[in-house]
Design a protein. Structure first.
Length: 142
C-alpha cells in the first residue's frame, strides 16, 4: 500500500507536510543547532516520533487482540545526533512504560511485538530512497 505525503517549503527552514489520505498537515522547523528556531518538530524528530508511535501502535494491536488494557502506556524516545562527520541520527534510546501488572508471557509477547515494529525494522535494515528531480519547466509538466 502506498501513501503519499506532500511537503512544501514555507521559508525560514520550515516545511508543511500534508498526509494524502487524510489531509492532515504538520509543520517542521529546523532545530536550533542547525540554523533553525526549533519551534516545531524537526525532520529527524519525526523519525524518533515515528519510532515511538509505531511501537505503541503495534503494542496496541497485540493488546486489543488479547483484550489487554494499555491505558497510560507511554514511549519515551531520546534522539542523539552525530557530533562529527555527516549530520545524522546516531542513536534512538527508547523506553517503554506499561502501567499495571503483566505476567511473563504477556511481557514476552509485548517485547517481541515492539521489536518488530515496522519503523524499527526499517531503520535497522535501511530503505531504498530514490530521488527524482524536476527543475523549472519540467515541474509544470507534472
Amino acid at each position: 500500500m502506498a501513501v503519499e505525503i506532500t511537503v512544501r517549503y514555507l521559508g525560514e527552514l520550515r516545511c508543511e507536510a500534508v498526509h494524502g489520505p487524510s489531509g492532515t498537515s504538520l509543520v517542521t522547523d529546523a532545530p536550533t543547532d542547525n540554523h533553525g528556531r526549533g519551534e516545531s518538530f524537526s525532520p529527524t524528530d519525526l523519525v524518533a516520533t515515528g519510532l515511538g508511535s509505531c511501537i505503541l501502535t503495534i503494542l496496541g494491536i497485540v493488546a486489543d487482540r488479547h483484550g489487554w488494557d494499555l491505558s497510560g502506556a507511554r514511549v519515551r524516545v531520546v534522539k542523539h545526533m552525530t557530533e562529527q562527520g555527516r549530520r545524522r541520527i546516531e542513536r534512538l534510546e527508547t523506553e517503554v512504560s506499561l502501567p499495571g501488572a503483566w505476567d511473563a508471557e504477556q511481557r514476552r509477547l509485548l517485547q517481541r511485538a515492539a521489536e518488530t515494529c515496522p519503523v524499527k525494522s526499517t531503520l535497522e535494515a535501511g530503505v531504498a530512497m530514490p530521488i527524482a528531480w524536476r527543475f523549472g519547466a519540467e515541474e509544470a509538466e507534472s
